[in-house]
Design a protein around this ligand. Structure first.
Ligand SMILES: NC(=O)c1ccc[n+]([C@@H]2O[C@H](COP(=O)([O-])OP(=O)(O)OC[C@H]3O[C@@H](n4cnc5c(N)ncnc54)[C@H](O)[C@@H]3O)[C@@H](O)[C@H]2O)c1
Length: 457
């Protein structure tokens, strides 16, 4: 099939290349000339495991191309995916300006003949958007267009695998033609029997928000329980196992920590709250989810202030992890934005490492880098030297099993604030660390003078 994907970001690029991999002719179009230039030079603008070889192969074999010329790209396609951003507007609602701009371009460039076109909203969009897309196209053409909703459930860090082997594909359609075409398009991805769930368009649009809001709710729920565990001296990791083994609950998304971030959960929860209010439906569950998450993002900062006072001038903190989760370079709404800024605003100097997000950090923290409140390091041990404490903000695999003797030798003081519960509190204490984590038994500070050697580490 001749497919154009408009928007070549985390979603559009993965969708485009995976559809090319199954034999389709794909054009990826984006208004960002820098991004398209890099892709045409064989460079991948984002970090996403497994993506690079797929792009290389499909470019080489001529099944995918990249362009900034959106108009001819949509004019020539049988199927157009709209995969542009839907950032939050000032009131929290999803800003549809990019989606509707693409719809307008599709309408203006509709050929007079040829097959009927299918236009698919892949972006996460509120219920009712398909009708707006149809209207925007219809302003310029009388030809029939099949507008469908096909929300994307891929996770950054596992995006290629998620798209290639989806748990399910959700497709909202209102024509038999679109249903058949999309069934054909997705059949290579569901060969093991996972379902393509066809439904009405409104239900498909809601499904995406319901999924993200449910996952965000589980995280905030566990963070609330973590607060209780801290208050009474219990351990949230035991509670997590205790409930996660109940098959009605299941083990996923039950880890306490310093809150959810990223480009999806925060904005999608906000947008769903907006839609609920607009529809006269009580949104108090999600109000609570957001409130807990905002507090959670400030938790480590609060712990640092409790330990050292509000004035952090003259102090240095090492930070491991800046991306909002492991295996991505994405820092949108990452807890690190709150924590690093909060430390620097209080006068501290921050020395940070992230395996993949360094270039994003340079963008997000340009001001802090300029004033030297923040410095970025290529190797995670290098940022520890002489620091008052280490803060762990992202659970990257290389941080999970560090050389603790080296960590202890490099740090000015053996103090660790672990926002992701990577290590066992007892073991950390035995090794001589003062160890603060989230929702786990409040342990006494390490005995002064106790060293790793004495702890037999
Ligand atoms: N990132 C995720 O994990 C994820 C997962 C599922 C769904 N989504 C949803 O998918 C959508 C895209 O997310 P993303 O993370 O890929 O965003 P992104 O910011 O990485 O990419 C969006 C791209 O669209 C381009 N663009 C904007 N306006 C354009 C226009 N008029 N014409 C052509 N290109 C245009 C931008 O230049 C950018 O490259 C959002 O609605 C998001 O909520 C994201």
């Amino acid at each position: 099939m001749r497919i154009t994907v408009v928007g070549t970001g985390y979603v559009g690029l993965v969708v485009g290349v995976c559809l090319a991999e199954t034999g389709n002719d794909v054009v990826c179009a984006d208004v960002d000339a820098g991004k398209i230039g890099r892709l045409n030079a064989g460079e991948i603008p984002i970090y996403e495991p497994g993506l690079e070889p797929l792009v290389e192969r499909n470019l080489r074999e001529g099944r995918i191309s990249f362009t900034t010329e959106v108009a001819p790209a949509v004019a020539g396609a049988e199927i157009v995916f709209i995969a542009v951003g839907t950032p939050p507007g000032e009131d929290g609602s999803a800003d549809l300006q990019h989606v509707l701009a693409v719809a307008d371009t599709i309408g203006r460039n509709m050929p007079d003949d040829g097959p009927e076109k299918i236009v698919i909203t892949k972006s996460t969009v509120p219920v009712g958007t398909a009708a707006k897309v149809r209207a925007a196209i219809g302003r310029h053409t009388g030809r029939r267009v099949h507008v469908c909703s096909n929300p994307e459930f891929l996770k950054e860090g596992a995006a290629v695998l998620d798209f290639m082997k989806p748990d399910r594909v959700v497709v909202g359609v209102d024509s038999e033609y679109a249903r058949e075409k999309l069934g054909e398009l997705y059949s290579p991805f569901v060969r093991t029997g996972n379902p393509i769930l066809f439904m009405d368009i409104a239900s498909a649009e809601i499904t995406k928000y319901a999924a993200n809001a449910m996952l965000a709710t589980r995280i905030s729920f566990m963070n609330m329980i973590a607060g209780l565990c801290e208050a009474v001296g219990a351990d949230v990791s035991h509670v997590r196992q205790g409930i996660g083994t109940d098959e009605r609950i299941g083990p996923g998304f039950l880890f306490a920590g310093i809150g959810y971030g990223g480009s999806c959960f925060p904005k999608d929860v906000k947008a769903l709250v907006h839609t609920l209010r607009e529809s006269g439906v009580d949104a108090s569950i999600l109000d609570g989810v957001e409130k807990v998450n905002e507090a959670q993002k400030r938790l480590l900062l609060q712990r640092v202030v409790e330990r050292y006072g509000e004035d952090l001038a003259g102090r240095t903190f090492a930070v491991w992890g800046l991306s909002f989760k492991p295996e991505t370079d994405d820092m949108r709404e990452a807890p690190s934005l709150t924590v690093v800024r909060g430390l620097v605003e209080r006068g501290a100097r921050v020395l940070a490492h992230d395996p993949e997000a360094e270039h994003e950090a340079q963008r997000y923290f340009a001001d802090l880098l300029e004033t030297r409140g923040l410095a970025l390091f290529e190797h995670n041990y290098d940022c520890l030297e002489g620091a008052d404490a280490l803060l762990v903000l992202t659970e990257w695999a290389p941080y999970r099993n560090p050389d603790f003797a080296r960590v202890q030798a490099l740090l000015g003081e053996p103090v660790v604030f672990d926002g992701r519960n990577l290590w066992d509190p007892e073991r950390m204490r035995d090794m001589g660390f003062e160890y603060v984590s989230v929702g786990r038994v409040a342990l006494a500070a390490a005995e002064p003078g106790r060293s790793l050697a004495a702890a037999g580490a």
